[in-house]
Write a protein that binds this ligand. Structure first.
Ligand code: ADP
Ligand code: ZN
Length: 366
């Protein structure tokens, strides 16, 4: 199967998103994306064991001229810190990286955000090639240029818009991804259908078994279509002043759940994609309650998420008023009142201001 390619506009120039099985072993797209001589491969310990040897071998075979260093961090969101960013830029200094150096971000969203931020800040900005190895990173975080790290005060509080020089999504890498991480990524795929294209929801419904089984053709198609939806809205609104906020469908509720659980995805709580699945169900219910959409739309979304094995209810033990308090503090709330991304039915996401708290409470408690 030929890899597929999508060309995307960005404030840093056009870039290509390559999607296909075996792109790391092949290496051509990666080798072509690197301009200078210095390369820092940033990754985490899991991915370093599994995908790094393949990527490194390809680069050394196709580009023997390169000076390559590897920066490896422990896995997990808890490592997306200024301390790890400092280590990454120190590794660039040690490498003697010049302004034409490239950071290769090999891993999930955590590595992509941190390595992207190191690239954004080193000498005020060098190339980053995103090589996502989770479904979530392939369909979401590697595209669109948001980079950054977390602070104790909150997630992604320090960061920069820094679009990649290329994205290389090797769907073969997903074969080693835990099933739960795959399903969590599918929640973000469903999100694109929910806000942009009801026919994509039908397509996903038809391909649910294939996607869960890791079918290469269905997976590549889902990744490519997701990247296209995201790239289109990002091209219209690169700095999230308007439409791009539609991508937060399910996220105001989802973030409140994640924060209230203390980001305990690995130890009993929900991981990001799972929290977004619950959040999308709540957003759909809220839309119905506000008279914007039919109950049938909400039912259909619920059924699709359930087919993908995703949670669709607020976890037991979370207090609705505590969740509401979290949402008041959400970045997406502004002075006027609660702002939500809702829908006017499947495929038609809409940003709604001044949502009454009573309606939100009713949905949380229901
Ligand atoms: P996300 O992409 O969902 O934001 P992370 O970057 O935290 O998440 O990655 C999730 C977990 O999956 C991490 O422990 C990471 O090391 C691991 N991981 C990433 N890619 C793969 C892969 N292709 N195979 C197995 N494990 C992977
Ligand atoms: Zn998300």
């Amino acid at each position: 199967r030929e890899p597929r390619r999508l060309d995307v506009e960005s404030p840093r120039g056009a870039y290509a998103i390559h999607v296909g099985a075996g792109l790391l072993a092949d290496g051509r797209q990666l080798a072509e994306a690197i301009r200078g001589r210095h390369v820092l491969i940033a990754t985490d310990a899991n991915v370093a064991r599994i995908q790094l040897p393949v990527l490194e071998a390809s680069l050394r075979r196709l580009r023997p001229d390169l000076v390559i260093a590897v920066h490896c961090m422990p896995p997990g969101e808890a490592e997306k810190t200024l301390g790890r960013w400092q280590e990454a830029v120190a590794a660039l200094a040690k490498l003697g990286a010049t302004r034409d150096a490239t950071v290769v971000a090999l891993g999930g969203g955590v590595v992509g955000d941190l390595a992207g931020f190191a690239a954004a800040t080193w000498m005020r900005g060098i190339d980053v090639v995103q090589v996502p190895t989770t479904l979530l990173a392939m369909v979401d975080s590697s595209v669109g240029g948001k980079t950054g790290v977390d602070l104790p005060a909150g997630k992604n509080l320090v960061g920069a818009f820094h679009p990649p020089a290329a994205v290389i999504a090797d769907t073969a890498a997903l074969s080693t991804l835990p099933a739960r991480e795959l399903r969590a990524g599918l929640a973000e795929v469903v999100k694109y259908g929910a806000i942009f294209d009801a026919t994509f929801l039908d397509w996903l419904d038809d391909r649910a078994e294939a996607l869960l089984a890791g079918d290469p053709e269905a997976t590549a198609e889902a990744v490519l279509r997701s990247c296209r939806y995201k790239a289109d809205v990002v091209a219209r609104d690169p700095f999230e002043r308007g439409d791009r906020a539609l991508l937060n469908f399910g996220h105001t509720f989802g973030h409140a759940i994640e924060t209230e659980q203390g980001y305990t995805g690995a130890t009993g709580g929900l991981v990001h994609g799972e929290a977004v699945a619950v959040g999308m169900v709540l957003a759909a219910r809220l839309s119905t309650a506000l008279g914007r959409a039919a109950q049938a739309d909400a039912d259909r979304l619920l059924a699709l998420l359930q087919r993908f094995g995703l949670p669709t209810r607020v976890p037991a033990g979370l207090d609705p008023s505590a969740l509401l308090a979290r949402m008041r503090l959400d970045k997406k709330a502004d002075a006027a009142g609660l702002r939500f991304v809702l829908w006017d039915g499947a495929g038609r996401g809409v940003i709604v201001r001044d949502v009454p708290e009573s309606a939100v409470m009713a949905v949380l408690a229901g």
